[in-house]
Design a protein around this ligand. Structure first.
Ligand SMILES: CC(C)(COP(=O)(O)OP(=O)(O)OC[C@H]1O[C@@H](n2cnc3c(N)ncnc32)[C@H](O)[C@@H]1OP(=O)(O)O)[C@@H](O)C(=O)NCCC(=O)NCCS
Length: 160
């Protein structure tokens, strides 16, 4: 991670909440195609109980990446949206730092499994998930759209 980068948990009552959400929604629109984007449902996602969002800022306080996660039951948690790291800030360890922090947050919820979906054509994301120990469970055809599939991946936590 570049020096000066900060990893922060988004708090609804923080003074910069609206500004941070605005920056994230902008990134979401830029990085993801419409059918994969949470831009329009972002606020709704954030209001869900048992969900959280971590974001990273650079030395100038600009948001450069984020990850969203949730733990709907005591059985499993999911990465709702990884991370998006701004193109200009990629390959500097930000994605890995964000994902590791989200894994840690989910781990403290005492769930057994952390799951996510990713388009297998997203080489960087697949590499990152595999590096942190996620395994492919199955391929779900037409998950994102008629011609875009998803790998369902999981990471099991130790029971001790
Ligand atoms: C996936 C993404 C978050 C990675 O962020 P990043 O900050 O560039 O990644 P990091 O520098 O932390 O890299 C960590 C690991 O990810 C993998 N990785 C990252 N970029 C990669 C690339 N271009 N090709 C292959 N593997 C890659 C590597 O395993 C890397 O470890 P290494 O540096 O030891 O080789 C970023 O590419 C991104 O935002 N992509 C667009 C959005 C996206 O696809 N999100 C996932 C949706 S499910």
């Amino acid at each position: 991670m570049e020096s000066g980068a900060l990893l922060v948990e988004l708090q609804r009552n923080s003074t910069n909440f609206a500004k941070v959400v605005e920056e994230i929604v902008k990134m979401e629109k830029k990085i993801f195609p419409k059918h994969e984007s949470l831009a329009r449902s972002f606020d709704e996602e954030l209001r869900k109980n048992n969900s959280g969002l971590l974001y990273m800022t650079d030395v100038h306080g600009e948001v450069v990446g984020y990850v969203m996660y949730s733990w709907p039951s005591s059985l499993s948690a999911s990465i709702t949206k990884l991370a998006a790291v701004k193109e200009s800030h990629r390959r500097q360890g930000h994605g890995e730092a964000l994902l590791k922090a989200a894994i840690q947050k989910c781990r403290t919820r005492n769930v057994h499994r952390l799951a996510l979906h990713v388009d297998p054509l997203r080489i960087a994301a697949m590499g990152l998930y595999q590096k942190l120990g996620f395994r492919v469970d199955s391929l779900i055809k037409s998950y994102y759209s008629a011609d875009r599939d998803a790998n369902r991946m999981y990471l099991d936590f130790d029971s001790n």
